[in-house]
Design a binder for this molecule. Structure first.
Ligand SMILES: [Zn+2]
Length: 322
């Protein structure tokens, strides 16, 4: 109820005050923030034309971050991946509520005005640098790009829309579940992020954030391959590679989570468990002197391609369907 009330309030404010706000911000902008060409209300109107209702509370920096994120998601996942509403507003103590949130029920992203890091690019960049890499360990977040918090929440939105598209939206609640241990081990191996281990929703959002943020240029345009974020086909894209590698297993699992296929995700987690146990067994048998468990993974994985026969079977079945 509380959230519903809030949503209505914001909608009214937007209608009543948008013109007045616009004039004020334009005046201020000329003197204080020449970096950003468009004012918050100009961007609000621009996004409204794409079907996204926004209230940035006059914060042109946040509006610009959202606009850049919308451009990236629209080009990579299509307009249907975008949330219906984005607001910059007070959510509560960032230590408890985080920097931003995505509400699947309302299809809405809230950016927390309680944290001063959203005041300007430098402040946000500094906040992200706090998650700097500790050698050999996954950081809390999967990238330290200043757009990470916004891209992460849009990632939740794109994920939710995709499982809806596959008629698997009932899987959304299931995704609050803890990550399977074996999958967690793989995430650690790829140093995705500690937060990715929190639950399946965060796993997906952190994977998307990493894949996008590490390939943004100086102007925040995505410079990677589209197929690298085509999670519906990411596993078959890599099919001709060494599909018995940890990367292939992680991609296969990612594909199931992205589509909301709970049965296949559970199945994949079980297979990952078998795969890792086999590696452990082989590494124990190995007479070579290796300093750590993950150090020989790729080498051993090449020796146990038989483990990946189940994937062969699925691939053949899929080919027959075509
Ligand atoms: Zn999240």
């Amino acid at each position: 109820m509380k959230i519903n009330h809030c949503t209505n309030q914001l909608f009214n404010n937007y209608n009543i005050y948008s013109t007045k706000q616009n004039n004020n911000i334009r005046k201020n902008n000329r003197h204080t923030s020449p970096t950003f060409k468009a004012s918050a209300s100009e961007i609000e109107r621009m996004l409204a034309r794409k079907g996204i209702t926004c209230d940035f509370g006059g914060n042109s920096f946040v509006a610009d971050c959202v606009k850049r994120t919308v451009d990236v998601f629209e080009s990579l996942f299509g307009r249907s991946s975008l949330p219906r509403e984005v607001n910059y507003k007070y959510i509560g103590n960032p230590a408890e509520e985080g920097l931003a949130q995505y509400w699947a029920y309302y299809d809405r992203v809230d950016i927390n005005a309680a944290d001063s890091c959203f005041n300007n690019k430098q402040a946000l960049q500094n906040a992200m640098y706090k998650h700097k890499k500790v050698l050999g360990m996954p950081t809390w977040l999967s990238s330290s790009h200043y757009l990470h918090p916004v891209i992460h929440e849009f990632g939740h939105g794109a994920h939710f829309h995709n499982i809806e598209k596959n008629n698997n939206e009932y899987a959304w609640d299931w995704m609050s579940n803890k990550i399977h241990n074996a999958v967690g081990q793989l995430i650690t191996k790829f140093k995705l992020s500690k937060y990715a281990n929190y639950n399946l929703k965060e796993f997906m959002a952190e994977r998307i954030s990493k894949d996008i943020c590490t390939k943004l240029n100086y102007n925040d345009k995505y410079t990677g391959y589209q197929k690298d974020v085509d999670y519906s086909h990411i596993f078959s894209n890599k099919w001709n590679c060494r599909y018995s590698t940890p990367q292939a297993y992680l991609d296969y699992y990612t594909q199931q989570i992205w589509n909301g296929d709970m049965d296949e995700a559970e199945n994949a987690a079980g297979r990952i468990d078998v795969f890792l146990k086999e590696i452990e067994r082989e590494s124990y048998k190995s007479t070579r002197k290796q300093s750590n468990f993950w150090g020989i993974i790729d080498e051993v994985a090449g020796m146990i391609t038989g483990q990946a026969k189940w994937l062969d079977k699925i691939n053949r079945a899929n080919k027959n369907k075509l």
